[in-house]
Design a protein around this ligand. Sequence first.
Ligand code: PHE
Length: 475
Amino acid sequence: MAGAVAPGGEGWSSRWAFILAAVGAAVGLGNIWRFPTLAGENGGGAFVLVYFGCVVLIGLPMVLSEVLIGRHGRSDAYHSVIKVAEDSGVSRKWGLFGGFGILGAGAILTFYSVVAGWVLYYVGVMGADFLGALFSGNPMAGALAAESPETIPTRMTDLFANNWLLLSMHVLFMGVTIWIVARGVTDGIEKAATILMPAFFVLLVMITIYGAFTGEFARALAFLFTPDFSKLSPSVINEALGQALFSMSVASAALITYGGYVAKETKLAPTAVMIGLTDTGVAILAGLMIFPIVFAVGLDAAAGPTLVFQSLPIAFHTMPAGSLVGLLFFVLIFFAALTSSISLLEAVTAWAKEKTGWSRPKSAWIAGGVIFLVGVACALSLNIWSDVRLLPFWPLFAEANIFDTIDGLVGKVLLPLTALLTSIFIGWKADRKLVEAETGLSGGMLGIYRFLIGWVAPIAVFLILLFGLFPQLLG
Ligand code: PHE
């Protein structure tokens, strides 16, 4: 089934190609690095429960809404929203939220690429370690066997102290991302997703099984699925909703852009549900992959952002075949990060291409180049620029370095705002017939979708925006 229908003749070659690319966009550092970190910090089960609620009530209808905007508009996020607005007889100004999404995608990629650079560094460290073990005739060795558990975490602090290394990893990761996006929808993005995502799933299942046999699986299950309701503070709910939006790639132009390449005959509702639920399934599986290993060696589940980079290598140190599993683990995160960064850059590239008439490669290299340069500031804010404050006058960001400021601005302001506008637009402004026809829903399902996108999503998202910006309201 040829899907090439979008302007410029680009389109997915099949429904599966779209699903893999969209799942690739959704599944990323958010699932494997952030989700377990947040669940660990917020008491496990309670967080997971709220997260799941956010996915079903807000995330899924948002995924469907964005893909339908893209498919109707057949362009980048900004111009697709304008097309839907025009066909609905409402102001073209709604295009603004498409623009916010594109800005959000670019902003996310600035720091995303830096974190993905850390992953790449660990692929190198673990790869060298595994090769060493292999050549010394001991492939079953634990990771970094020559080091002591105390010195292993210094790998990360050493990396942070080394500007050149940090920047080289960032260059390398952005370079690969740009190169793939420049190749186009079918030859670049789709090909990368159809190779990397299946490999990702195989690794995920393999390492989870490994953890189940060698680690404390039952404890991980209890940790993730026993909700302790005393842990449910408004800020946990706030955090869970923000994470759900980020993880499902909602409100950042990526899904609208990918929707633009979907064939007319593809049924959107089941496809959107499949994308959203796969993303959530992967987040949970990532928890079930990571926590048995963390508990097996008595590490702290609430270690925070360093859990994956500092705690897990300590665990791999003592576990059987740890050097191999450690390597595979970071390769898995790398694949997930790459397919997500591709979607982030594509969201910006598609817009740049449409706006300027440049070729795809030119758009990709220029957009990627600008994002890369801002990313350099994020990377340097881990050391020499750690004292630089972008928004010293804003209490929320007064203490934040460049990296945390961009991350926070996107997560707390831009994504919720864009999600709010998207839900109001689709729920209240867009032509009902147009929306119905694109979703392919009818009867009760259509009613549920309309209720979620018109009422539940805007109210809930308004609340995170409010509490994210004014935490003092929460007392
Ligand atoms: N969803 C991706 C992740 O979980 C990040 C992302 C956000 C990608 C927004 C595209 C758009 O890592």
